[in-house]
Design a protein around this ligand. Sequence first.
Ligand code: AMP
Ligand code: MG
Length: 439
Amino acid sequence: MTTSNELSRCVAQFDPQALPVSAAQAIVRQWATPIVAAERVMLSDALDRVLAEDIVSPIDVPAYDNSAMDGYAFDSATLGAAAQSGGSISLAVAGRALAGHPFTGKIEATQCVRVMTGALMPAGCDTVVPQEQVQEVIAAGDEQSIRFAAAALRAGSNRRRAGEDLARGAPAVRAGRILRASDLGLLASLGIGEVAVRRRLRVAFFSTGDELRSIGQPLDPGCVYDSNRYTLLAMLRRLNFDAIDLGVVRDEPAALEKALLTAAASADVILTSGGVSVGDADLTKQLSRALGDVAFWSLAMRPGRPMAFGRVWSGGRAGAGDPALFFGLPGNPVAVMVTFYQIVRDALLTMAGATLQPAPVLHATSAISIRKRPGRTEFQRGTAHRAADGRWQVTPTGSQGSGVLSSMSEANCFIVLAHDQPDVDAGDTVEIMLFDGLI
Ligand code: AMP
Ligand code: MG
């Protein structure tokens, strides 16, 4: 059992005024404990859920040797004899087998069976000549025979073996897997209709700020619509978490305290936006410090400098009631998204029980020069495309201000400029993280 001051101790090893992104990620990772609770769901409801058990194949897939092509199945012993007949083989067609309709007869060495893809290999046959390789089909009354060149074939050609995809007893899908379309198909192919998955991670979130208005309210002078709640909701849903929207909370101590306690009682994780920078209304700081064990960071990163991280307890003080992991994100809309993806996402996936897959990083040529200050990691927004020579090329999207959400909306990748990296010249290679994956 971890005690509340361990987090403070763990954080105290770093300079909170310039915490490198990698250090923040490491601290957060240490505090992300997977939830244990699991439930059984139907396969048709299991997409994007985190598998809670290793699945071992109960059967061979495929369950029987079968034809990989439309063609004719025969005994490969015939191939050896072909040398004497000028390399060509003639066989009489003894019958046919379709997928789901096996050939049940017996064949002789001079015979073959017409087979379609997926058909059970007839007894005595181990090789298939695809119909495209058959040189001649000779019909004499009801009887048919074929002739083909032996040279292109080996024993076992165009035959799929039982268990070739997955042998009985072999691990099929591991616990921790976020189930995708292919996994569901694979599990179905094993005849498994129900799986154990982790309970969905509960994430409560709210926005803070007296200037925030909700959609539908008049936009008074000096006010802005609350956009962070929509980005947070969408980012959480995309990861299939149970997102609990606690609305907009005013910059008032009582309101903030109430929201944080409610969130801690109902969720595994609390995400807030705004109120963590050095400003008059930045009450989150005082409060979350009082309610739990929270560190305030100035990350060596752009955008997304100020951030709070720690634990808040539903009982109102460290150690009392239920704890929730707390991320106080910056208020600026782009900073919210960048800190979510770079600092928060992996921790939430770990808590959800998922086995982490490192985000794929590509190399791209920068189309223009980019100013970059060493000593912080920058996540610029970019549009990447494949140039005519097949290489990726990237251009930063217009203004990189941390409030300019259109730059994020327009972009299809982050340009990751590492902590120590200086300015980038046009034509230099940079790292990019694409927003979209395929499956
Ligand atoms: P703060 O971190 O609270 O000082 O906010 C920094 C900037 O982000 C200010 O310009 C806020 O108006 C803006 N901001 C804070 N929260 C939101 C929100 N939920 N939606 C849109 N803008 C926000
Ligand atoms: Mg604010």
